[in-house]
Write a protein that binds this ligand. Structure first.
Ligand code: NDP
Length: 359
């Protein structure tokens, strides 16, 4: 049985006199720091010397280097991008952790896939909001709360779950509910959403766009119909609020009959085997192994560059111009250097496929 925790399950007292360091004052870092401070907790910030640090100072926090903040704190929130966590952990965190302190992650990725192995004499905790940083702050201020995934990987102090639940209460997630999963499950669910659901959804959307444009409908009308009006995001919101099928009642009878009667025509699209393969590659570590390779970082740069050349970018730009919407120049995407391109020679056949796919 999955365990789901709420406010009644936590006691903020356990955090009295504890110093909490937020390492990384970005999307999650700023939102969680402000929420914890508003919940009465003692917060310091550890950040590199730059704009984020200035924002923290403007918000009234004492700021330190990452090493200093780690040395001072009893609880360390590690809220920098997952890709650089391993290196920062080795250079600035690991040797500065106080025995008995708690290390808190907002993503299961680095622990779940053994990229970071913390010392045995600390608690290791997952507190991962299912919400972007701005939403973490907004839903704290409006008392709505938000869902999170939580976990204790290592319980050195013997109090790790109590500490976790008090922190979860402090950031405001227990109003809605915190669901217990493992670090690995959190990472796998997140990666699957990005790799198994996102691209399939993107393909469906693009196919619909090109079907309509090829049939002669004005691109402005097509994009507004399919996503620019925000109508779909409203439907998504209603799915979360009242249920996938129940939200259908918000649509007309014609819409409901049309969607349900035509739905059956799409039943044989072989999505499940592709999704299962994506999931297996995530679960057995193949994806992580691939992403950790230096060559993959260059391959990523090349794929991102190809993606800027997609037909849809030109169509969207033209549509945004005629609808008086702000334009974003994505053609500035970094182009791989000649040296990088020569390193990519060994995967040139694979890259060709990406180039063709994004043409
Ligand atoms: P951001 O990209 O917003 O984090 C930026 C922070 O990391 C800044 O403080 C930045 O400081 C610092 N940083 C960047 N590079 C370095 C570096 N090389 N060395 C030291 N500090 C660095 O991250 P998020 O808030 O998006 O993500 C933080 C964690 O939260 C991740 O584990 C992520 O998976 C998780 N998460 C994120 C969600 C989201 O909506 N974004 C949702 C749920 C979980 P600087 O000024 O030095 O660049």
């Amino acid at each position: 049985m999955v365990q789901i925790f709420h406010e009644k399950d936590s006691n903020l007292e356990i955090l009295k006199d504890k110093t909490i360091a937020i390492i990384g004052y970005g999307n999650q870092g700023r939102a969680q720091a402000l929420n914890l401070r508003d919940s009465g907790m003692g917060i310091i910030i550890g950040n590199r010397e730059d704009n984020y640090k200035d924002v923290a100072i403007n918000d009234g926090f004492s700021t330190y280097t990452i090493k200093e903040a780690t040395k001072i704190a009893d609880i360390i929130f590690f809220l920098i991008p997952d890709e650089i966590m391993k290196e920062t952990f080795e250079t600035s965190i690991k040797s500065n952790l106080k025995p008995g302190s708690a290390l808190v992650f907002a993503s299961g990725y680095t622990i779940g896939f053994n990229l970071i192995v913390p010392p045995e004499n600390v608690d290791v905790i997952l507190l991962a909001p299912r919400m972007i940083g701005v939403g973490v702050r907004e839903n704290f201020l409006n008392n709505q709360g938000f869902f999170s995934f939580i976990s204790v990987e290592q319980n050195y102090s013997g109090d790790a779950l109590e500490i976790l639940l008090a922190l979860a209460n402090g950031i405001g997630t227990l109003k809605k509910g915190a669901i217990q999963v493992t670090f690995k499950q959190e990472a796998e669910l997140d990666l699957f959403n990005e790799q198994g659901f996102g691209p399939a959804f993107g393909r469906v959307l693009l196919t619909a766009i090109y079907t309509l444009i090829d049939a002669g409908y004005p691109p402005e009308a097509v994009l507004v119909e399919l996503y620019m009006s925000n109508e779909m995001s409203y439907t998504y919101k209603k799915m979360a609020e009242i249920g996938l099928i129940k939200q259908v009642d918000f649509h007309s009878q014609t819409s409901q009959y049309g969607a349900m009667s035509r739905g059956i025509r799409f039943r044989n699209i072989p999505l499940k085997p592709i999704m299962k393969k994506v999931l297996v590659d995530i679960q057995n570590g193949s994806f992580t192994k691939e992403w950790e390779k230096p060559l993959t970082k260059i391959k990523f740069k090349a794929i991102k560059f190809f993606a800027t050349k997609q037909k849809i970018n030109k169509i969207e730009n033209k549509v945004r111009k005629s609808l008086n919407l702000k334009l974003y120049d994505i053609s500035k995407e970094e182009i791989p250097t000649e040296e990088e391109m020569s390193k990519l020679k060994e995967i040139s056949e694979e890259l060709k496929l990406f180039e063709q796919y994004y043409e």
